[in-house]
Design a protein around this ligand. Sequence first.
Ligand code: AHQ
Length: 255
Amino acid sequence: MNTELFHCSPPQADPREPWSAADFEARLRDCESQYHIHHPFNLRLNRGELQPFQVRAWVANRFYYQVNIPQKDAAVLANCADRAERRRWIERILDHDGRGDFGGCNAGGIEAWVRLGVAAGLTREDLWSHRHVRAGVRFAVDAYVNFARSSPWEEAAISSLTEMFAPKIHADRLAGWPTLYPWIEADGLAYFRSRIPLATRDVEHGLDVARRWCSTRARQERAIAILRFKLDILWSMLDAIAHAYPDDLPMESRP
Ligand code: AHQ
Protein backbone atom coordinates (compact mmCIF):
# COMPACT_ATOMS: atom_id res chain seq x y z
CA MET A 1 0.00 0.00 0.00
CA ASN A 2 1.32 3.41 -0.90
CA THR A 3 1.07 4.89 2.58
CA GLU A 4 2.36 8.26 1.36
CA LEU A 5 -0.98 8.77 -0.33
CA PHE A 6 -2.98 8.38 2.88
CA HIS A 7 -0.50 9.89 5.35
CA CYS A 8 -2.20 12.98 6.71
CA SER A 9 0.57 15.03 8.27
CA PRO A 10 -0.70 17.84 10.54
CA PRO A 11 -0.86 21.24 8.72
CA GLN A 12 2.43 23.01 9.32
CA ALA A 13 4.64 25.48 7.52
CA ASP A 14 6.84 23.58 5.10
CA PRO A 15 10.42 24.93 5.42
CA ARG A 16 11.44 23.40 2.11
CA GLU A 17 11.27 25.46 -1.07
CA PRO A 18 8.92 24.09 -3.76
CA TRP A 19 10.61 22.70 -6.86
CA SER A 20 10.62 24.96 -9.91
CA ALA A 21 7.73 24.38 -12.34
CA ALA A 22 10.11 22.71 -14.81
CA ASP A 23 11.66 20.51 -12.12
CA PHE A 24 8.24 19.52 -10.77
CA GLU A 25 6.99 18.53 -14.24
CA ALA A 26 10.21 16.62 -14.89
CA ARG A 27 9.71 14.65 -11.66
CA LEU A 28 6.15 13.84 -12.71
CA ARG A 29 7.39 12.66 -16.10
CA ASP A 30 10.16 10.62 -14.44
CA CYS A 31 7.39 8.31 -13.18
CA GLU A 32 7.14 6.99 -16.76
CA SER A 33 9.37 4.07 -15.75
CA GLN A 34 6.42 2.73 -13.70
CA TYR A 35 3.90 3.07 -16.54
CA HIS A 36 2.11 -0.09 -17.64
CA ILE A 37 3.73 0.16 -21.06
CA HIS A 38 6.61 -1.66 -19.32
CA HIS A 39 4.43 -4.37 -17.77
CA PRO A 40 5.40 -7.89 -18.99
CA PHE A 41 1.82 -8.51 -20.19
CA ASN A 42 1.83 -5.30 -22.23
CA LEU A 43 5.27 -6.10 -23.64
CA ARG A 44 3.96 -9.49 -24.81
CA LEU A 45 0.76 -7.88 -26.13
CA ASN A 46 2.68 -5.37 -28.24
CA ARG A 47 5.18 -7.96 -29.45
CA GLY A 48 2.33 -10.11 -30.80
CA GLU A 49 3.06 -12.95 -28.37
CA LEU A 50 -0.47 -13.30 -26.99
CA GLN A 51 -3.10 -15.70 -28.23
CA PRO A 52 -6.47 -14.34 -29.43
CA PHE A 53 -8.23 -15.31 -26.19
CA GLN A 54 -5.66 -13.32 -24.16
CA VAL A 55 -6.14 -10.23 -26.35
CA ARG A 56 -9.92 -10.63 -26.00
CA ALA A 57 -9.51 -10.94 -22.22
CA TRP A 58 -7.48 -7.73 -22.15
CA VAL A 59 -10.12 -5.87 -24.22
CA ALA A 60 -12.99 -7.14 -22.03
CA ASN A 61 -11.22 -6.24 -18.77
CA ARG A 62 -10.07 -2.84 -19.97
CA PHE A 63 -13.69 -2.15 -21.00
CA TYR A 64 -14.54 -2.03 -17.28
CA TYR A 65 -11.91 0.71 -16.89
CA GLN A 66 -13.24 2.61 -19.92
CA VAL A 67 -16.89 2.62 -18.83
CA ASN A 68 -15.87 3.84 -15.38
CA ILE A 69 -13.86 6.81 -16.66
CA PRO A 70 -16.96 9.02 -17.20
CA GLN A 71 -18.14 8.26 -13.66
CA LYS A 72 -14.67 9.11 -12.36
CA ASP A 73 -14.74 12.35 -14.30
CA ALA A 74 -18.27 13.11 -13.07
CA ALA A 75 -16.92 12.71 -9.52
CA VAL A 76 -14.23 15.26 -10.35
CA LEU A 77 -16.92 17.65 -11.61
CA ALA A 78 -19.06 17.09 -8.52
CA ASN A 79 -16.15 18.16 -6.30
CA CYS A 80 -15.21 21.17 -8.45
CA ALA A 81 -16.79 24.56 -7.60
CA ASP A 82 -15.13 26.40 -10.47
CA ARG A 83 -17.35 26.82 -13.56
CA ALA A 84 -14.47 27.49 -15.94
CA GLU A 85 -12.66 24.34 -14.81
CA ARG A 86 -15.87 22.29 -15.09
CA ARG A 87 -16.43 23.54 -18.67
CA ARG A 88 -13.00 22.15 -19.59
CA TRP A 89 -13.32 18.92 -17.63
CA ILE A 90 -16.82 17.97 -18.88
CA GLU A 91 -15.42 17.39 -22.38
CA ARG A 92 -13.82 14.21 -21.05
CA ILE A 93 -17.21 12.73 -20.20
CA LEU A 94 -18.63 13.47 -23.64
CA ASP A 95 -15.48 12.11 -25.32
CA HIS A 96 -16.25 8.74 -23.74
CA ASP A 97 -20.08 8.74 -23.62
CA GLY A 98 -20.51 10.23 -27.09
CA ARG A 99 -22.36 13.20 -28.48
CA GLY A 100 -25.49 13.90 -30.53
CA ASP A 101 -26.60 10.96 -32.62
CA PHE A 102 -23.74 8.75 -31.46
CA GLY A 103 -23.05 8.19 -35.14
CA GLY A 104 -19.57 8.08 -36.66
CA CYS A 105 -17.09 10.35 -34.93
CA ASN A 106 -19.77 11.24 -32.33
CA ALA A 107 -19.99 7.64 -31.14
CA GLY A 108 -17.67 8.26 -28.19
CA GLY A 109 -14.82 6.24 -26.75
CA ILE A 110 -16.97 3.63 -25.02
CA GLU A 111 -18.69 2.77 -28.31
CA ALA A 112 -15.31 2.72 -30.05
CA TRP A 113 -14.05 0.27 -27.41
CA VAL A 114 -17.10 -1.93 -28.05
CA ARG A 115 -16.12 -1.86 -31.73
CA LEU A 116 -12.62 -2.97 -30.70
CA GLY A 117 -14.14 -5.85 -28.75
CA VAL A 118 -16.37 -6.95 -31.63
CA ALA A 119 -13.43 -6.64 -34.04
CA ALA A 120 -11.47 -8.98 -31.74
CA GLY A 121 -14.26 -11.56 -31.65
CA LEU A 122 -16.21 -10.62 -28.53
CA THR A 123 -19.93 -9.88 -28.49
CA ARG A 124 -21.39 -6.61 -27.19
CA GLU A 125 -22.96 -8.70 -24.43
CA ASP A 126 -19.56 -10.14 -23.50
CA LEU A 127 -18.41 -6.58 -22.89
CA TRP A 128 -21.45 -4.99 -21.25
CA SER A 129 -22.09 -7.99 -18.99
CA HIS A 130 -18.55 -7.62 -17.60
CA ARG A 131 -18.55 -11.43 -17.33
CA HIS A 132 -14.82 -11.62 -18.09
CA VAL A 133 -13.79 -8.88 -15.66
CA ARG A 134 -11.50 -10.30 -12.98
CA ALA A 135 -11.62 -9.33 -9.31
CA GLY A 136 -8.26 -7.54 -9.35
CA VAL A 137 -9.31 -5.40 -12.29
CA ARG A 138 -12.64 -4.51 -10.70
CA PHE A 139 -10.90 -3.72 -7.42
CA ALA A 140 -8.33 -1.43 -9.05
CA VAL A 141 -10.86 0.43 -11.19
CA ASP A 142 -13.27 0.89 -8.27
CA ALA A 143 -10.34 2.21 -6.18
CA TYR A 144 -9.72 4.84 -8.88
CA VAL A 145 -13.36 5.96 -8.98
CA ASN A 146 -13.58 6.05 -5.19
CA PHE A 147 -10.35 8.08 -5.01
CA ALA A 148 -11.91 10.68 -7.32
CA ARG A 149 -15.10 10.74 -5.26
CA SER A 150 -13.28 11.25 -1.94
CA SER A 151 -10.43 13.58 -2.93
CA PRO A 152 -10.21 17.31 -3.75
CA TRP A 153 -10.95 17.63 -7.48
CA GLU A 154 -7.41 18.93 -8.07
CA GLU A 155 -5.92 15.71 -6.69
CA ALA A 156 -8.24 13.59 -8.83
CA ALA A 157 -7.20 15.69 -11.83
CA ILE A 158 -3.55 14.98 -11.03
CA SER A 159 -4.28 11.24 -10.94
CA SER A 160 -5.29 11.38 -14.64
CA LEU A 161 -1.77 12.50 -15.58
CA THR A 162 -0.73 8.91 -16.33
CA GLU A 163 -2.02 9.95 -19.75
CA MET A 164 1.21 11.92 -20.16
CA PHE A 165 2.55 8.54 -21.25
CA ALA A 166 -0.50 7.26 -23.14
CA PRO A 167 0.18 8.58 -26.68
CA LYS A 168 3.17 6.22 -26.97
CA ILE A 169 1.21 3.15 -25.89
CA HIS A 170 -1.58 3.94 -28.34
CA ALA A 171 0.94 4.57 -31.13
CA ASP A 172 2.60 1.21 -30.39
CA ARG A 173 -0.73 -0.58 -30.85
CA LEU A 174 -1.54 1.27 -34.06
CA ALA A 175 1.92 0.52 -35.46
CA GLY A 176 2.08 -3.13 -34.48
CA TRP A 177 -1.34 -4.75 -34.18
CA PRO A 178 -2.31 -4.75 -37.89
CA THR A 179 0.68 -7.02 -38.54
CA LEU A 180 0.82 -8.81 -35.18
CA TYR A 181 -2.93 -9.46 -34.91
CA PRO A 182 -4.23 -9.39 -38.52
CA TRP A 183 -7.35 -11.27 -37.33
CA ILE A 184 -8.53 -8.10 -35.56
CA GLU A 185 -10.59 -6.07 -38.04
CA ALA A 186 -8.75 -2.80 -38.74
CA ASP A 187 -11.62 -0.47 -37.76
CA GLY A 188 -11.40 -1.90 -34.25
CA LEU A 189 -8.22 0.12 -33.70
CA ALA A 190 -10.04 3.44 -34.18
CA TYR A 191 -10.20 4.02 -30.43
CA PHE A 192 -6.41 4.17 -30.10
CA ARG A 193 -6.18 6.62 -33.01
CA SER A 194 -8.93 8.83 -31.53
CA ARG A 195 -7.38 8.88 -28.07
CA ILE A 196 -3.97 10.36 -28.93
CA PRO A 197 -5.09 14.00 -29.52
CA LEU A 198 -7.61 13.80 -26.67
CA ALA A 199 -4.99 12.53 -24.21
CA THR A 200 -2.66 15.33 -25.27
CA ARG A 201 -5.39 17.92 -24.68
CA ASP A 202 -6.38 16.42 -21.33
CA VAL A 203 -2.78 16.30 -20.10
CA GLU A 204 -2.42 20.04 -20.81
CA HIS A 205 -5.38 20.69 -18.50
CA GLY A 206 -4.16 18.25 -15.86
CA LEU A 207 -0.67 19.78 -15.80
CA ASP A 208 -2.22 23.27 -15.62
CA VAL A 209 -4.18 22.17 -12.53
CA ALA A 210 -1.10 20.52 -10.99
CA ARG A 211 1.04 23.65 -11.45
CA ARG A 212 -1.58 25.85 -9.75
CA TRP A 213 -2.52 23.40 -6.97
CA CYS A 214 0.99 22.31 -6.05
CA SER A 215 2.23 25.64 -4.69
CA THR A 216 4.16 24.00 -1.85
CA ARG A 217 6.76 21.26 -1.73
CA ALA A 218 4.39 19.10 0.32
CA ARG A 219 1.68 19.33 -2.35
CA GLN A 220 4.25 18.67 -5.08
CA GLU A 221 5.36 15.50 -3.28
CA ARG A 222 1.73 14.52 -2.75
CA ALA A 223 1.18 14.90 -6.51
CA ILE A 224 4.01 12.40 -7.11
CA ALA A 225 2.41 10.01 -4.60
CA ILE A 226 -0.98 10.38 -6.33
CA LEU A 227 0.56 9.68 -9.73
CA ARG A 228 2.29 6.59 -8.32
CA PHE A 229 -1.05 5.44 -6.87
CA LYS A 230 -2.65 5.68 -10.33
CA LEU A 231 0.32 3.97 -11.96
CA ASP A 232 -0.18 1.12 -9.46
CA ILE A 233 -3.83 0.92 -10.51
CA LEU A 234 -2.89 0.45 -14.18
CA TRP A 235 -0.08 -1.97 -13.32
CA SER A 236 -2.20 -4.11 -11.01
CA MET A 237 -4.92 -4.40 -13.66
CA LEU A 238 -2.39 -6.09 -15.95
CA ASP A 239 -1.16 -8.25 -13.04
CA ALA A 240 -4.71 -9.54 -12.57
CA ILE A 241 -5.27 -10.11 -16.31
CA ALA A 242 -1.92 -11.90 -16.79
CA HIS A 243 -2.60 -14.12 -13.78
CA ALA A 244 -6.12 -15.03 -14.90
CA TYR A 245 -5.30 -15.73 -18.57
CA PRO A 246 -2.08 -17.79 -18.75
CA ASP A 247 -0.97 -19.30 -22.06
CA ASP A 248 -2.21 -22.76 -21.02
CA LEU A 249 -5.65 -21.71 -19.77
CA PRO A 250 -8.07 -24.59 -20.47
CA MET A 251 -10.00 -24.07 -23.71
CA GLU A 252 -13.37 -23.99 -21.98
CA SER A 253 -12.27 -21.02 -19.85
CA ARG A 254 -11.05 -18.89 -22.75
CA PRO A 255 -13.03 -15.82 -23.88
O1 AHQ B 1 -8.27 5.13 -22.94
C1 AHQ B 1 -7.79 5.76 -21.84
C2 AHQ B 1 -8.48 6.80 -21.25
O2 AHQ B 1 -9.65 7.21 -21.79
C3 AHQ B 1 -7.98 7.39 -20.10
C4 AHQ B 1 -8.54 8.49 -19.29
C5 AHQ B 1 -7.38 8.82 -18.36
C6 AHQ B 1 -7.82 9.08 -16.94
O3 AHQ B 1 -8.73 9.93 -16.74
O4 AHQ B 1 -7.21 8.47 -16.01
N1 AHQ B 1 -6.47 7.71 -18.45
C7 AHQ B 1 -6.77 6.96 -19.54
C8 AHQ B 1 -6.06 5.92 -20.12
C9 AHQ B 1 -6.58 5.32 -21.29
N2 AHQ B 1 -5.94 4.29 -21.93
C10 AHQ B 1 -4.89 3.59 -21.25
C11 AHQ B 1 -4.23 2.61 -22.22
O5 AHQ B 1 -3.17 2.07 -21.90
O6 AHQ B 1 -4.86 2.37 -23.26
C12 AHQ B 1 -3.98 4.58 -20.59
C13 AHQ B 1 -4.80 5.32 -19.52
C14 AHQ B 1 -3.90 6.23 -18.75
O7 AHQ B 1 -2.72 6.39 -19.13
O8 AHQ B 1 -4.30 6.70 -17.66
